[in-house]
Design a protein around this ligand. Structure first.
Ligand code: RM4
Ligand code: MN
Ligand code: MN
Length: 406
């Protein structure tokens, strides 16, 4: 048998990158396929998903072309409005995907004007906790591993609320939800410094997330949404610390210029996303195993066609992750030990500028998907067909521009 020739001295590295990226999976959000908008209004797209069937169809097509998004994150109120419904699980299966993270929704009902789990009214706190318990129940029945929690809770004015009291209520509610979880379920706690509350949010940063996750119980972890930081924040340092404390549970990928802009990951600052992923790869190389965390997309595209933006996102994350895998760890350690700052930095930069496309083409061959997923999708005619069918569906359902955000 002919021995396979080694193509270059770095072929060991490229094998490793290909291997790692073939295993990499990221979750698409069901809400990323529906019409959304800004607080000033919505821009409608003919091809945007009208109902759950469309959302799952779009998530399925994203997986078909990327081979990397086998699960879809769901919002309880938007996707399971009547509680657990086996037909939702079946619908996902019909489109070749599975239900991923369950996102309870305790932010849109009128009663939550002054908060949900930190509302001073015990009846409203109860209602919010019951909704979270329902989320756990749905998760159990849909065989989902993640309860992903985000709270709009906070205050708009100094003096409006008792900060420490709210912290205690948050911990109490999370403990109760945590107690209801099966042993293999993970609770993800997402933080955000402001919006909709503008003076403070109760889950305002990674420290708050960390403390409340610890208070909730051993299966709770912190979720880092890349858009939920104040300008200038060093997110990679947060990620490194959370990893080191075994408290990083997952990501919401997106990018931002000013605030929670929900832009395509890497569209504004790809080097930042690379530096964040570099912390993950650094840990994985050191420990010899993959980090067990949930990679998820949380983006809302008002301008771009939804599925195209989603495929573009998946490919971008793969590119940046592959680049992070290309960092020469030995050279970096040597340069750091010698206090050779230039070489240390150049070691990162070389990987960032490396051409990983040939490796990703091989990854896609192994995943059995097109080498250029975006081009292949664009040429498929799916979007034109969806636009036609969904325009008709909207007409039949009497849906106008006034429809809900999901
Ligand atoms: C938040 C946050 C959550 C999302 C809500 C609707 O800004 O990013 O992940 O579920 O929006
Ligand atoms: Mn998010
Ligand atoms: Mn957000």
């Amino acid at each position: 048998m002919a021995k396979k020739a080694s193509t270059s001295p770095s072929s060991g590295l490229s094998d490793r990158v290909i291997e790692r990226m073939t295993q990499f999976r990221v979750e698409a959000p069901s809400w990323g396929f529906a019409d959304t908008g800004t607080r000033f209004g919505k821009f409608l797209q003919d091809a945007a998903a009208v109902d759950l069937e469309d959302k799952f169809s779009d998530a399925g097509i994203t997986h078909k072309y990327t081979g990397a998004t086998p699960t879809v994150a769901v919002h309880v109120l938007w996707d399971f409005p009547k509680g657990f419904d086996p037909s939702v699980v079946e619908l996902a299966a019909k489109h070749g995907i599975r239900i991923g993270a369950i996102n309870p929704n305790v932010f849109q009902d009128q009663c939550y004007r002054f908060g949900s789990i930190t509302n001073r009214d015990p009846k409203i706190r109860r209602r919010a906790i019951d909704h979270m318990l329902q989320g756990v129940q749905i998760g159990r029945q849909a065989a989902s591993r993640y309860q992903s929690l985000w709270f709009a809770d906070g205050a708009n004015y100094p003096g409006q609320a008792d900060i420490r009291q709210r912290k205690a209520w948050a911990a109490e509610a999370l403990r109760e939800a945590h107690r209801a979880m099966p042993a293999d379920m993970i609770m993800l706690l997402e933080y955000k410094p402001f919006e909709p509350a503008t003076y403070f949010t109760d889950f305002f940063d990674w420290g708050a997330g960390y403390i409340l996750a610890k208070a909730a119980g051993p299966q709770a972890r912190v979720l880092v949404d890349l858009g939920h930081h104040l300008p200038g924040c060093n997110i990679e340092q947060i990620v490194a610390w959370l990893i080191d404390e075994d408290m990083l549970g997952g990501f919401h990928f997106n990018d931002r210029k000013y605030a929670d802009d929900d832009l395509t990951v890497g569209s504004i600052d790809p080097y930042q996303a690379f530096r964040i992923l570099n912390e993950i790869v650094s840990w994985e190389r050191q420990s010899g195993r993959n980090l067990d965390i949930a990679y998820m997309i949380d983006q809302s595209h008002n301008i771009k066609p939804k599925v195209q933006a989603m495929i573009q996102t998946v490919c971008t994350v793969q590119t940046l992750f592959a680049k992070a895998c290309c960092v020469d760890r030995d050279a970096l350690a040597k340069a750091q030990a010698a206090e050779d700052t230039i070489t240390s930095e150049e070691t990162l930069r070389r990987a960032f500028y490396a051409d990983v496309e040939p490796m990703l083409r091989e990854v896609r061959r192994r995943l059995g998907v097109p080498e250029d997923p975006l081009e292949a999708y664009r040429a498929s005619g799916y979007e034109q067909q969806a636009a036609k069918a969904r325009r008709r569906k909207r007409q039949a359902m009497g849906i106008s521009g006034e429809s809900s955000f999901a």
